[in-house]
Design a protein around this ligand. Structure first.
Ligand code: GLN
Length: 306
């Protein structure tokens, strides 16, 4: 089906702008609270190499938990199925930073897209990569074909200073033997991945390999096997929005991932990827305008995986 994505993006942008002001910017990481609330952008990148953008689609923002998908991809590529003995793949039904299930489930996090799971995945990267932060930066730069991507050290330091919950999670899992490396090293990787600065265009590009059975659409490099790519999409579908994952499947119907910086990326298998950024969040920690924009996108285009 041929779609006029540019017209559709502009319609969505104008229809959803009145919602700005209804959410709340994350302020539990003080450096994140500095962001301009009114920023709003959307970008689409297609497998055919077309780009569509509206609003602030080229401004880098803190990608926060969207980075969990990059880490998961890097680790699944090396460890394959072995990863699943350390972390589950079931929706948690709890907040992204919750500790409650970990005690009864013996330090095995429900899935890799909540904080506990991403900390285990960071630990795995720390084990096999001699320079994990450099390795991650190279990976995202290659994915988005943008060598300018950087970590924001102010945000990473702010998270370190106020990240008591993440520290609690990693220490608690270490007590169960599910963290192998030094806790501070693992936290350093985790806080930096969250502090990656990327624009909607960068993110839409970077997720395209997941719409393409794991193959980088420009270099044709197989980054994941088709089966691994399918698994990453499945985990995004069931766990990408914490305890709003069911709602995202219900209203949007695509695999995706959000972050408390206000970004959301979604994948249309074999076709495109789309990223929305609006920093104000809803009560579940997902971008309020972003959720609505993506709902309108799949409604207006008739696209859905279901
Ligand atoms: N850095 C954030 C945290 O660990 C990431 C959470 C998110 O984006 N949901 O609390």
């Amino acid at each position: 089906m041929t779609q006029n994505y540019q017209d559709i993006l502009e319609d969505i942008y104008h229809e959803t702008r009145p919602l700005l002001g209804q959410g709340r910017v994350a302020d539990y990481i003080p450096a994140l609270a500095q962001v301009d609330h009114s920023k709003y952008g959307i970008a689409i990148e297609t497998l055919e190499g077309k780009s569509y953008q509206v609003g602030d689609a080229n401004i880098p923002f803190s990608i926060q938990s969207i980075s969990k998908v990059f880490l998961l991809s890097m680790v699944i590529r090396v460890l394959g199925k072995k990863l699943w003995s350390r972390v589950g793949r079931e929706a948690s039904g709890t907040a992204f930073n919750s500790l409650v299930q970990l005690e009864t489930e013996h330090g095995i996090p429900r899935n890799p897209l909540i904080n506990a799971g991403a900390l285990v995945v960071s630990d795995c990267l720390c084990t096999f990569s001699p320079q994990p932060l450099r390795h991650l930066l190279e990976f995202v730069r290659e994915l988005s074909s943008n060598p300018q991507i950087q970590y924001d050290s102010l945000i990473a330091n702010s998270e370190r200073k106020f990240g008591h919950r993440n520290a609690a999670l990693v220490h608690f899992m270490k007590s169960f033997g599910n963290i192998k490396n030094d806790v501070d090293e693992v936290l350093n990787i985790y806080f930096h991945q969250c502090a990656l600065m990327m624009s909607c265009v960068d993110l839409a590009r970077a997720f395209l390999f997941l719409a393409n059975e794991g193959i980088h659409p420009h270099t044709q490099e197989a980054l994941l096997t088709p089966s691994q790519s399918k698994r990453v999409n499945a985990v995004m579908q069931s766990c990408g929005f914490y305890d709003e994952s069911g709602e995202f499947a219900f209203t949007v119907g695509l695999p995706g991932k959000s972050g408390v910086g206000g970004g959301i990326v979604a994948v249309v298998p074999k076709r495109l990827s789309i990223c929305v950024w609006s920093p104000e969040l809803n009560a579940k920690g997902n971008s309020l305008v972003g959720m609505k924009a993506l709902e309108l996108f799949t409604t207006k285009t008739g696209i859905s995986i279901f």
